[in-house]
Design a protein around this ligand. Sequence first.
Ligand code: UD2
Length: 344
Amino acid sequence: MSQNNKTLTVVLLVVLVIGLVYYYLYLGQPPWFQCPVQTPGRPESKVIPNEFHLVASENLEYTQPSIVYGRTDVMTITPWLAPVVWEGTFNPDLLDSIYKPKNITIAATVFAVGKYIRFLKDFLETAEQHFFVDFTVHIYVFTDRPKEVPKVKMAPGRKLEVRSVPSSKRWQEISARRMELIQTLIKEKLQDHVDYIFCLDVDSKFHGRWGTESLGGLVAVVHPGYYRDDRRRFPYERRPQSKAYVALGHGDFYYCGGAFGGLLQEVYQLAKTCRTNFEEDAKNGIEAAWQEESHLNRYMWINKPSKVLSPEYLWQDFKPRNPEVGIIRFSGVVKNYADIRPNA
Ligand code: UD2
């Protein structure tokens, strides 16, 4: 190699090293150095940076919000400053116009095992009318009777996927195994293309809008049966040996096992924790009072939901509507447990 070539090589090497040092110090690591940043056990979602950035159109006209008037008959914000969603607390058009350009995809899971398949048609048909209408929605039906899944016409952008699960002789097991299956679904299938997920009971129907107002990091629904009660009367798991234990005098609200959701990675964390705790209980020969609902309540007590949905989002058909419930959006049908459950 000539002297000139040697000098040129040395100069090029020096320039390369200076370039790398500059990139590293001032611009962060060069792209080929970067490992995907991922919290262990938490799938990434493309929506995180967007979540709190709410951009509205300058052309949208809507009623002026008031800072001094609003609903005073109910709590609309929790002590940890999460909104509580009731009719009259949000503007649906404004919210839809904020979320529409984000191009989000919402997944919903529903289990229809054994005779519960009979509830699926109404669930799916009413979801078409009220659940995130005009948004991209993927519904995942878990069933042991795939051939009996009804054909329901779905609007463009909405689709249904059936996933086979084994039957079970115990309803407690069906109910409880949902967490494990939700965790696996998120990990194996949804991470790359779904932003939010809601997990819903099948023996229910939609009667009113359930849409963008329900979106949040971790979303819980207040149970319609206990929301006026003192927390000592909530049916939390009270045995300290259980991982779902909540002591008397603790807890915020009693939340439904029949409806919860949020950002994909938040629900993943919830499902994983509830599943692990449920399995640990099983190893110790204990089953929480209300299976996964008990574990969910323990989880939500420690990991506060960032949005709380009022009992409008899961009422029960047998209950007369209370005056503070402006609209029933989703409600459990009246059912004869002896007739539909595999065990008493
Ligand atoms: C409550 C909860 C439910 C769950 C359960 C405790 C509400 C409104 N409901 O409802 O979510 O926490 O207590 O275990 O909060 N399933 C089947 N096949 C079966 C049995 C159950 O598919 O044979 C599925 C189905 O999706 C059903 C869900 O599990 O909607 C919950 O079971 P449930 O409706 O019998 O429980 P329930 O009414 O006691």
